[in-house]
Write a protein that binds this ligand. Structure first.
Ligand SMILES: NC(=O)C1=CN([C@@H]2O[C@H](COP(=O)(O)OP(=O)(O)OC[C@H]3O[C@@H](n4cnc5c(N)ncnc54)[C@H](O)[C@@H]3O)[C@@H](O)[C@H]2O)C=CC1
Ligand SMILES: O=C(O)[C@@H]1CCC=N1
Length: 264
């Protein structure tokens, strides 16, 4: 039995992914704070929804998916019901395995995960790190849960805040870029729907080329950039506006925010 504690956006994305990966709804128990949310989860997925203590008692794997700021309260609530033969997987940004371990009783295996919302389309990027009491077997169990819904990579826990900034938040940067490009299309007089189609297909095509060709992004960009042509005119403006520097600063800020999240 797998318990998902705090089934919001990320918890629900993981829940739907686990079901698509072949888990039966009877193998999953979810928790939610609001009764209307609990009803929606029961109705949508046919899973049981219980309180945190009950869910923790019945499951051998617990996925903690509340916001970092709510983690302390959740751990206090479940600690008496989580013996050391359980696996606790935390997907919260900024929450270290040490934070979770120190609030549970005994030497509970904890694996820290940073995934992202493309879990909804089985294209997640999930990075995982073992806590002090998690073994190879616990990492393998975590990989088995997450690999049907995307790519899984093991990283040292010291890199988790950076990964949160890069791939956890990553999809948001691409959506933001799409918004900006569609606005540009509107400025040039394109209908919004057509502009969105063009930008979306361009980003999908570019992403698949990146993933499947094995080519470096610089090579792929050079192939689009004709001498004296249109692309270099656009790139010149991006450079003039220091977009690359803005990305470096933005992702560094996200990493720093992740580091501070556990303290609220
Ligand atoms: N949204 C995203 O793209 C990603 C989110 N995350 C992490 O996932 C976690 C959840 O984020 P979201 O899903 O975006 O937030 P959310 O606010 O949609 O989900 C959190 C849910 O937990 C519930 N909750 C809070 N305290 C609870 C408690 N004591 N018992 C039961 N339920 C409780 C809330 O009512 C809410 O439904 C965060 O820790 C975040 O860092 C990680 C990667 C990506
Ligand atoms: O914005 C956040 O804090 C979460 C963590 C990574 C993506 N969303």
């Amino acid at each position: 039995m797998i318990a998902i504690l705090g089934t919001g956006k990320m918890g629900e994305a993981l829940l739907s992914g686990l079901l698509r990966a072949g888990l039966r709804s009877e193998q999953i128990i979810a928790t939610a704070r609001r009764p209307d949310r609990a009803d929606a989860l029961r109705e949508r997925y046919g899973v049981a929804v219980a309180d945190n203590a009950e869910a923790a008692k019945g499951a051998e794997t617990l996925i903690l998916a509340v916001k970092p700021q709510d983690m302390q309260t959740l751990l206090a609530e479940i600690a008496p019901y989580v013996p050391a033969d359980r696996l606790v997987i935390s997907v919260a940004a900024g929450i270290t395995t040490g934070f979770v371990e120190s609030r549970l009783e005994g030497q509970v295996p904890v694996v820290r995960v940073m995934s992202n919302t493309p879990v909804l389309v089985d294209e997640a990027m999930s990075v995982i790190s073992a806590g002090s009491y998690a073994s190879e077997e616990h990492l393998k169990r975590t990989e088995a849960l997450l690999s049907p819904v995307g790519k899984v990579l093991r990283i040292p826990e010291s890199q988790q805040d950076a990964a949160t900034a890069l791939s956890g938040s990553g999809p948001a940067y691409f959506f933001y870029l799409v918004e900006a490009m569609v606005d540009a299309g509107i400025l040039l007089g394109m209908p919004r729907a057509a502009a969105l189609d063009m930008v979306t297909q361009s980003i999908v095509g570019a992403a698949i080329m990146l993933r499947d060709s094995g080519e470096h992004p610089v090579i792929l960009r050079e192939a689009v950039t004709s001498p004296g042509g249109t692309t270099i005119s656009a790139i010149a403006e991006l450079e003039r506006h220091r977009v690359r520097a803005a990305f470096l600063d933005a992702i560094e800020a996200a990493r720093d925010r992740s580091r501070r999240l556990a303290s609220g």
